[in-house]
Write a protein that binds this ligand. Structure first.
Ligand SMILES: Cc1ncc(COP(=O)(O)O)c(C=O)c1O
Length: 396
């Protein structure tokens, strides 16, 4: 018998990755993943940048690098990503990592002992939820409404549990697409300062804004240096590069560096340098305009399809960006079962809502739809088929 560590028994693996395995059939229209549109990857620009980097800096690109990150990327992230969002920070406050998955993991690892109280949105991003579970935290869900976490409940739970950490995705949340309003952002920073809670502000979608006015991150209101903002290049350039960067208090960044030494020594230099060049050449704003124009059409197709083909009592979010729409279907008892029929009978996939919740009994009538990786036509077809199936279930 292999004897794994006790924490491995708490690791469930990603339900979404399991579902994705079922979908090898190329005829299936998938509204299930969370992938950016591959057609929109800036392939030519990346090729040109890569050629130049390998010509001009071959040793730096291929030799071991430093753990605290490729300096031009740290500078570029400050100049192009963090300071324009009103975040006061310097080089000592920035560390790149291997996808924000790694950055989030490092912070969780730094603060969670078995039984450590941690606050989360419920539902929340499954990847992070699984790590928090694995580390054995005492997980405390905060109540949400259509705009995200409720501040009264947050404060009550902070007082009751004295949590060390709060994990939040304030903009175009995964899975719900919800965005936390300005006043609540300020309030979170205030509460974090007052009760000494570390806030992990996970923001892979904030720059994927299709319409509406950008909101300042919670980090921009952080007077007590308790908020650490996680940025990712996955959704704004390409996820296969596996690059993200955090901005936070210098002591936190130093601790992350120590943890990172034992994880991967440093994030691969070439992808870090590609992201840095992309920013320094000023390519990001145009690229964001291109992808958000594409995603805007897809989001419209999704919202129209939901109106047209889903039952009148279906409740769904209307995000102004990101990748996801969240749907609640009061007439469906178990969207996991619906998925089995949807795949086999309609060749349509989505993600049932339950795995994003803390308890397996929650969110049984919810599902997450992704609009970034299918064309408007595919989205319309998929929702028409799915809507028909849901009507059948409603009529049973
Ligand atoms: C909320 C959230 N955080 C983090 C990640 C991980 O992103 P990365 O590719 O930067 O590791 C994702 C990916 O889908 C996500 O949705």
């Amino acid at each position: 018998m292999r004897q794994y560590s006790e924490r491995m028994s708490r690791l469930t693996g990603s339900a979404i990755r399991q579902i994705m395995k079922l979908m090898s059939d190329p005829e299936i229209i998938s509204l299930g993943g969370g992938n950016p549109d591959p057609e929109s990857f800036p392939v030519e620009k990346i090729r040109e940048i890569t050629d130049q980097l390998l010509r001009e800096k071959p040793t730096q690109m291929l030799q071991y690098g430093v753990t605290n990150g490729y300096l031009p990327l740290r500078e570029a992230a400050l100049e192009h990503l963090f300071r324009p969002k009103n975040i006061q920070a310097d080089l000592e406050n920035v560390i790149p990592f291997t996808g924000s998955t790694q950055g989030i993991y490092m912070i969780l690892d730094m603060f969670i002992d078995p039984g450590t109280p941690v606050l989360i949105e419920n539902p929340t991003f499954l990847g992070t939820l699984n790590v928090i579970k694995k580390l054995g935290a005492k997980i405390i869900p905060v109540e949400m409404d259509g705009d995200g976490m409720l501040m009264d409940d947050l404060e009550a739970k902070i007082k009751a549990h004295q949590p060390r950490l709060l994990y939040t995705i304030p903009t175009f949340q995964n899975p719900t697409g919800r965005t936390l309003p300005l006043e609540r952002r300020k309030r979170i920073a205030e509460l974090a300062a007052e009760y000494d809670v570390i806030v992990i502000e996970d923001d892979p979608y904030g720059d994927v804004r299709i319409k509406g006015t950008p909101l300042p991150p919670i980090k921009s209101f952080d007077t007590a240096e308790n908020v650490i903002l996680m940025n990712s290049f996955s959704k704004i350039i390409a996820p296969g590069l596996r690059v993200g960067a955090a901005v936070g208090a210098a002591d936190l960044i130093q601790q992350m560096e120590k943890v990172k030494q034992g994880l991967d020594t440093h994030t691969a230099s070439l992808p870090q340098a590609i992201c840095a060049e992309f920013l320094m050449r000023g390519l990001l704003p145009d690229h964001l305009r291109t992808i958000t124009a594409i995603y805007g059409e897809r989001l419209d197709a999704m919202l129209q399809g939901l109106e047209r083909y889903f039952p009148a009592d279906a409740d769904f979010t209307r995000p102004e960006g990101g990748l996801f729409v969240w749907v609640q279907l009061p007439g469906i008892k178990n969207t996991g079962k619906l998925l089995e029929r949807a795949i086999s009978e309609c060749k349509v996939a989505f993600v049932p809502g339950t795995p994003f919740f803390l308890e397996e009994t929650q969110g049984l009538d919810t599902l997450r739809l992704n609009f970034s990786s299918s064309t408007p036509q595919q989205i319309d077809t998929a929702l028409q088929r799915l809507g028909g199936l849901i009507q059948e279930e409603y009529n049973k």
